[in-house]
Design a protein around this ligand. Structure first.
Ligand SMILES: NC(=O)c1ccc[n+]([C@@H]2O[C@H](COP(=O)([O-])OP(=O)(O)OC[C@H]3O[C@@H](n4cnc5c(N)ncnc54)[C@H](O)[C@@H]3O)[C@@H](O)[C@H]2O)c1
Ligand SMILES: O=C(O)C(=O)C[C@@H](O)[C@H](O)[C@H](O)COP(=O)(O)O
Ligand SMILES: [Zn+2]
Length: 350
């Protein structure tokens, strides 16, 4: 006997992303702002001058990628149970991508899913992480291996928060902006080559372009069945670097910058991209002091770690390779020896 469940219900997950200074808003429900001590110390007072709610709680979790894990999720869930949050309650992610990913994930599982709003405070989270509903956490096996697609109800991007962002974190955000331009928008890439992102007006323009680029991709492929995988350019390599260095040596954006250089070298070796184009991407990354080299201790172990990537199968690894600037190839047909030769160029003995 076969029983069929026809599940063709269309769920509208649409939402808007506001890029502007925060306006006062009242939520007529229980709200918890999830943040960390650093962001709270710098910006919670400002946020609380804008947001009111029927009941408002603050949940803080430890700061750092190494805390993007189940322990922090448990802190959030515990607090929601303590305060009797229900399905009408709301979480607000207030911080960088780490807070965004964890708040999103906690809201996706609490009582099988409650609403959340993103108020990102780093350049990286304003241009990439807060948009698109990927949520997740790390475990001992690797990066972002546990999570859910759970779209926020809305996203508020206020560049006011960026005034306190350290230089390195700024650069990490630029890396994901460059990713967006290389994969989808040559005009945007050309703009970035001459732009001074330290100029607030130019930065605002870059944020808008990056968010629009990502939103267009997510609108076409919400759950990464195809096109969205292009946003993983630099990540197949970068996540291995983050994992190998235990999330301590490189910021996410920095690891992605190195990963993009590795992907570019793969493209060049495969004849998909010219050396000049690869160089122009590397130059742009270096303009923002991003790392572009890494010493691989064991290239075989580095290669094997690709199999933990969510895009991999038992026998294939999917690589995101730029074809030229503004174009990308998603392929699981890279020759192992060719990839190993790319890794060898980054090898400790090379
Ligand atoms: N879900 C997605 O689509 C997506 C996309 C990109 C990255 N990510 C994830 O996002 C994370 C990286 O995000 P991130 O770069 O924002 O790192 P982060 O969240 O760790 O923030 C970086 C540091 O800046 C601090 N900070 C935050 N706002 C600040 C401010 N306004 N002023 C001063 N300091 C501030 C944070 O406390 C932290 O110490 C990674 O875990 C990555 O996997 C997710
Ligand atoms: O939104 C996406 O899709 C991305 O790939 C954005 C990436 O910048 C982000 O780091 C993402 O979390 C990586 O994807 P993952 O599926 O490998 O975790
Ligand atoms: Zn990323």
């Amino acid at each position: 006997m076969q029983v069929h469940i026809p599940l063709k219900q269309v769920v509208d997950n649409s939402y808007s992303i506001t890029i502007d200074s925060l306006k006062p808003v009242h939520f007529d429900t229980k709200v918890a702002i999830v943040t960390n001590p650093k962001v709270a110390g710098l910006h919670l007072a400002y946020l609380l001058s804008k947001i009111t709610a029927k009941e408002l709680y603050i949940i803080t979790v430890p700061d750092g990628e190494e805390y993007k894990n189940q322990d922090s999720i448990n802190i959030i869930l515990e607090s929601l149970f303590n305060h009797k949050f229900n399905r009408n309650s709301l979480l607000i992610a207030f911080g960088g991508g780490v807070i965004g990913d964890m708040t999103g994930y906690a809201s996706s599982i609490y009582q099988r899913g409650i609403d959340f709003v993103q108020i990102p405070t780093t350049l990286l989270s304003q241009t990439d992480a807060s948009v698109g509903g990927k949520t997740g956490m790390n475990n001992s096996y690797g990066k972002n291996l546990i999570g859910a697609f759970h779209q926020p109800k809305s996203v508020y991007i206020d560049s006011h928060f960026l005034s306190t962002l350290p230089e390195r974190e700024f650069g990490a955000g630029v890396a994901e902006i460059v990713k967006m331009a290389v994969t989808f928008n040559k005009t945007f890439f050309n703009f970035l080559q001459t732009a001074d992102l330290k100029d607030p007006i130019i930065l605002q323009e870059a944020i808008k372009q990056a968010v629009q680029t990502k939103a267009d991709v997510v609108a076409q492929d919400e759950k990464e069945k195809g096109l969205r995988a292009a946003l993983n350019y630099g990540h197949t390599f970068g996540h291995v670097i983050e994992n190998e260095t235990k999330y301590k040596k490189y910021l996410h954006g920095e690891a992605v910058a190195i990963g993009m250089v590795m992907a570019n070298n793969t493209s060049v070796k495969m004849g998909l991209m010219s050396e000049d184009e690869a160089k122009s991407i590397k130059d742009l990354l270096q303009k923002y002091s991003l790392p572009v080299s890494y010493e691989i201790e064991d290239i075989n172990s580095f290669y094997e770690t690709f199999f933990l990537d969510k895009k991999s199968s038992d026998s294939t690894i999917t690589f995101i390779l730029p074809l030229s600037i503004g174009g990308v190839k998603i392929t699981d047909e890279c020759d192992k020896e060719l990839v190993l030769s790319v890794l060898k160029d980054f090898g400790i003995d090379s």
